[in-house]
Design a protein around this ligand. Structure first.
Ligand SMILES: [Zn+2]
Length: 91
């Protein structure tokens, strides 16, 4: 399965757009679709890391988590990505 096929099957739309350099990217859910926005000003490797970070948020369904749990969600996302890297799942 290609990355494009994966995104299509999971209703994920990727946009690489110019943003302020203080932002790496973000994801949101709207109209039964997930949207991932990645800062085009990042280096390609940073764009890939940000993409994976946002995909974890989608696959872990972090959109239903309270804003008050934001720090916990970010910590969990980082742990998942570190675990995937350690176990050779990605990169
Ligand atoms: Zn995040």
């Amino acid at each position: 399965m290609t990355f494009e096929e994966f995104c299509y099957l999971h209703d994920i739309k990727i946009n690489v757009i110019k943003m302020p350099t203080s932002l790496r990217g973000f994801a949101y859910y709207r109209c039964d679709m997930f949207f991932v926005c990645i800062n085009s000003q990042l280096a390609f490797a940073q764009q890939q890391d940000t993409m994976l970070h946002e995909l974890v948020h989608i696959l872990e369904n972090h959109f239903v988590v309270s804003i008050y749990d934001h720090d916990m969600v970010e910590k969990k996302t980082k742990l998942i990505l570190n675990d995937l890297k350690i176990n050779g799942g990605i990169i």
